[in-house]
Write a protein that binds this ligand. Structure first.
Ligand code: HEC
Length: 130
């Protein structure tokens, strides 16, 4: 009888854990600008591919402020827009599906922008935490 009770409880616990993990921040920021490897790579990718339209710290230029966008759009919408681009009222957001660095670095770029959107990282140049 005991065994029969434990099995469904384990299933429930397993069922709950992924959502708990998904809610964890994908970045760490200490001392205002020291970030983990993934977030740092995200900043570099953003600088190379996104900053010329969205601004050095994604504070907005011809492209919108992505630190604000990320509090409005879901991660799926982010991935969809970056992959396939978007022709909207503001202008033309290019598609990146043919650029391996961006496609492979999607989570890293997202981590950097998430840190910006959450206010964990300001309009400052991040450095790799030691
Ligand atoms: C050539 C300029 C340009 C470049 C380069 C560019 N974007 Fe954009 N992006 C735009 C414009 C313009 C829009 C607004 C489209 C519209 O009118 O809705 C946009 C919109 C977006 C949106 C949707 C924002 C929202 O509020 O819905 C995301 C996400 C985004 N860009 C991410 C990126 C990322 C990540 C990169 C780098 C890999 C990048 N962009 C590079 C011009 C650019």
């Amino acid at each position: 009888m005991k065994k029969l009770m434990i099995a469904p409880m384990l299933l429930l616990m397993v069922g709950f854990s992924p959502s708990t993990i998904a809610e964890e921040a994908p970045y760490t920021v200490t001392n205002g600008n020291e970030v983990d490897e993934q977030t740092f790579n995200g900043f570099r990718l953003h600088r190379n591919f996104c900053a010329r339209c969205h601004g050095t710290f994604s504070e907005g230029m011809v492209g919108p402020n992505l630190a604000e966008s990320l509090n409005r759009i879901t991660k799926d919408e982010f991935v969809e827009t970056v992959t396939n681009g978007k022709m909207g009222q503001i202008g033309m957001m290019p598609a990146w599906s043919h650029v391996p660095q961006v496609m492979e670095g999607m989570d890293e770029i997202y981590a950097y922008l998430r840190a910006r959107a959450d206010g964990a990282l300001g309009e400052v140049r991040p450095v790799r935490a030691k």
